[in-house]
Design a protein around this ligand. Structure first.
Ligand code: FAD
Ligand code: NAI
Length: 468
C-alpha cells in the first residue's frame, strides 16, 4: 500500500488548495475527488468551479452584457436586431469551467500531487497510518484532510429533477429562458441566479421565509438592495410559508401563506435555493467514530477533528460557506501539519453578492455594533457624487465605513454599487492591518476611480468628505 504524508478527500477550494500547499511544503500528497465533468473525466475544483462561483459569475457577466445593450441609448449608441443564443451562453460558461478545472489538474501535476478520481472513505487506522479507500484501491495516509464540501439543501415537498425544479446545478444549465421563473429562498444563490434569468427576460418571483431581506447584510445596504431589485422587476415576497409544490402539470404550482393569506404562484420553472448541507455521507464517519455536530458538520477545533491525524476544512466544518474561506483554511491546515503556525482571520472575511448593483462587505454591520453596545462613528458617501460612476452610467448605491469611536479602528465597511466586489479588497487589507478610518482617508486614491468613494466615506467618518 502506498503511504502519503497527506491524503485530501475532496478537490474543491478547501481540498485542492490544501493539497497544493502541502506539496509546496515538501509533503507527499494525494487528493481524491469523485466529480465527473461533462467530458466524463475527473473535474477538480469542487462546487465552486463546477457548479458554483465560476459558472454563476460567467452567466452573470453574459446576462449583464445583454441587459446593458438596452442602456446604450444614453451613450448615443443604438443597437438593433439583438438576439439571444442561450446555448452559446451556456457553452461559453462550460468552456470557462473546463479551462479552470483542467488548470487545477495541471497544477497538481506541476506540484507532484497524485489525483484519484473516486469516492474517498476512511476505513481504519493501522498504527500511525490511516487506511483510505479510493474507489477499489486502498492508500495509506499519515494525515487525512477532509474537504468534502456541501450540497444543496432540498425541501421534502419539492423533488429536484433539475429540469422543472432545480437547485444550483440545473439553474446554471437551463437550455432556454423560462417565461415565468419561481425562486424559493432570497439568499445569495436566489438573488444571483434570479438576476441572471430576469436579465434574459424571465418574470422572476422570489419567495423568502424570513421577514427581513438579506438579514446578514448591513440594514442600510439591504434596504437599498431591495429597492434596486424591485425597480429591476424582481418580484420579492418576504415572510412566506411554502405549503406545497406541485410539478405534476405543465409547469410548477407553489401554494404558500403570506401575511395570513393563502396564495398560489404558477411558474414554468422553479429554483430551490434554501441553503446547503455538509457532505459527510460515504466518508465512513460512523465506522471510524468521526464526530459531527447536531447539523451534520464535522466538529473541528483549529481544523483538528476528534480523530488523531484527521483534519477538516471548508464548507464541511461550517461557518461562512465561501470559497475563499475554504481556501485560506486549506493553506492553514497544510501549514499546521508541516509544523508551522497556520492561521485564518475570521474577522476579515470578505462577503460579495454579485448582483447589479453589487453588494460587498467586511466586518461588523451597524445593527450588530448597536446590539453589542459598541460606540462607533459612521461615514457614508454615495456613488452619485463620483465622476467615474457617472461616466459608467451607473451611480447607484454608496459605501459606509464604521470605525470605533475612540480608537478610530475600522470595524466594518459596507458597500452597494458598481464594481464594489473589487473595491472591497482595499477595505479588507486595511482591516487586516488593524487600520483606522484616518489611514484610509489619508491614502491617495487615483482620480477618477470608483475607489474614491471609499476614501470619501472614510473622510465622512470625521465629517470632512470633500465632495459632499
Ligand atoms: P466543495 O467545493 O463543495 O468541494 C468538495 C468536493 O469534494 C466536491 O468536488 C465533492 O464532489 C467532493 N467530495 C465530497 N465527498 C467526497 C468523497 N467522499 N470522496 C471524494 N470526493 C468527495 N463562494 C464564494 O466564495 N464566492 C462565490 O461567488 C460563490 N458562488 C457560489 C455560487 C453557487 C451557485 C454555489 C452553489 C456556491 C457558491 N459559493 C461561492 C460557495 C462555494 O462554492 C463553496 O463555499 C466552496 O466551493 C466550498 O469549498 P469546499 O472545498 O469546502 O467544498
Ligand atoms: P443562503 O443561506 O444564502 O439563503 C437561503 C435563503 O433561503 C435564506 O434567506 C433563507 O431564509 C431562505 N429559506 C430557507 N428555507 C426556506 C423555505 N422553506 N422557504 C423560503 N425560504 C427559505 O443559501 P443559498 O442561497 O442556497 O446559498 C448557499 C451558500 O452558497 C451560501 O451560504 C453562500 O455562502 C454560498 N454562495 C455564495 C455566493 C457568493 O459568495 N457570492 C454565491 C452563491 C452562493
Amino acid at each position: 500500500m502506498q503511504v502519503f504524508d497527506v491524503v485530501v478527500i475532496g478537490g474543491g477550494p478547501g481540498g485542492y488548495v490544501a493539497a497544493i500547499r502541502s506539496a509546496q511544503l515538501g509533503l507527499s500528497t494525494a487528493c481524491i475527488d469523485e466529480t465527473t465533468g461533462k467530458d466524463g473525466k475527473l473535474s477538480l475544483g469542487g462546487t465552486c468551479l463546477n457548479v458554483g462561483c465560476i459558472p454563476s459569475k460567467a452567466l452573470l457577466d453574459s446576462s449583464e452584457n445583454f441587459e446593458k445593450l438596452h442602456d446604450l441609448k444614453v451613450h448615443g449608441i443604438s443597437v438593433e436586431g439583438v438576439k439571444l443564443d442561450v446555448a452559446q451562453m451556456i457553452a461559453r460558461k462550460d468552456q470557462i469551467v473546463s479551462k479552470l478545472t483542467g488548470g487545477i489538474s495541471m497544477l497538481f501535476k506541476k506540484n507532484g500531487i497524485t489525483a484519484l478520481h473516486a469516492r474517498g472513505t476512511l476505513l481504519r487506522r493501522e498504527g500511525e497510518t490511516w487506511v483510505v479507500k479510493a474507489g477499489d484501491a486502498e492508500i495509506g495516509a499519515k494525515n487525512v484532510i477532509l474537504a468534502t464540501g456541501s450540497s444543496p439543501r432540498h425541501l421534502p415537498f419539492a423533488a429536484v429533477d433539475n429540469r422543472k425544479i432545480m437547485d444550483n446545478v440545473g439553474a446554471l444549465d437551463m437550455p432556454a429562458v423560462p417565461e415565468r421563473l419561481g425562486v424559493i429562498g432570497a439568499g445569495v444563490i436566489g438573488l444571483e441566479l434570479g438576476s441572471v434569468w430576469r436579465r434574459l427576460g424571465s418574470h422572476v418571483t422570489v419567495l423568502e421565509a424570513m421577514p427581513d431581506f438579506l438579514a446578514a447584510a448591513d440594514e442600510a445596504v439591504a434596504k437599498e438592495a431591495k429597492r434596486q431589485f424591485k425597480l429591476q422587476g424582481l418580484d420579492i415576497h418576504l415572510g412566506v410559508n411554502i405549503e406545497s409544490v406541485d410539478a405534476s402539470g405543465e409547469g410548477v404550482t407553489i401554494r404558500y401563506q403570506e401575511g395570513g393569506e393563502a396564495k398560489t404562484l404558477d411558474v414554468d420553472k422553479l429554483i430551490v435555493s434554501v441553503g446547503r448541507v455538509p457532505n459527510t455521507g460515504g466518508l465512513g464517519a460512523e465506522t471510524v467514530g468521526l464526530e459531527l455536530d447536531a447539523r451534520g458538520f464535522i466538529k473541528a477545533d483549529h481544523f483538528r477533528t476528534n480523530l488523531p491525524g484527521v483534519w477538516a476544512v471548508g464548507d464541511v466544518i461550517g461557518g461562512a460557506m465561501l470559497a475563499h474561506k475554504a481556501e485560506d483554511e486549506g493553506v492553514a491546515v497544510a501549514e499546521i501539519i508541516a509544523g508551522q503556525a497556520g492561521h485564518v482571520n475570521y474577522e476579515t472575511i470578505p462577503w460579495v453578492i454579485y448582483t447589479s448593483p453589487e453588494i460587498a462587505w467586511v466586518g461588523e454591520t451597524e445593527q450588530a455594533l448597536k446590539a453589542r453596545g459598541v460606540e462607533y462613528r459612521a461615514g457614508r458617501f454615495p456613488f452619485a457624487a463620483n465622476g467615474r460612476a457617472l461616466g459608467h452610467n451607473d451611480s447607484r448605491g454608496f459605501i459606509k465605513v464604521l470605525a470605533d469611536a475612540k480608537s478610530d479602528r475600522i470595524l466594518g465597511v459596507h458597500m452597494i454599487g458598481p464594481n464594489v466586489s473589487e473595491i472591497l479588497a482595499e477595505a479588507v487589507t486595511v482591516m487586516e492591518f488593524g487600520g483606522s478610518s484616518e489611514d484610509l482617508a489619508r491614502t491617495m486614491h487615483a482620480h477618477p476611480t470608483l475607489s474614491e468613494v471609499l476614501k470619501e466615506a472614510a473622510l465622512a467618518v470625521e465629517k470632512r468628505a470633500i465632495h459632499a
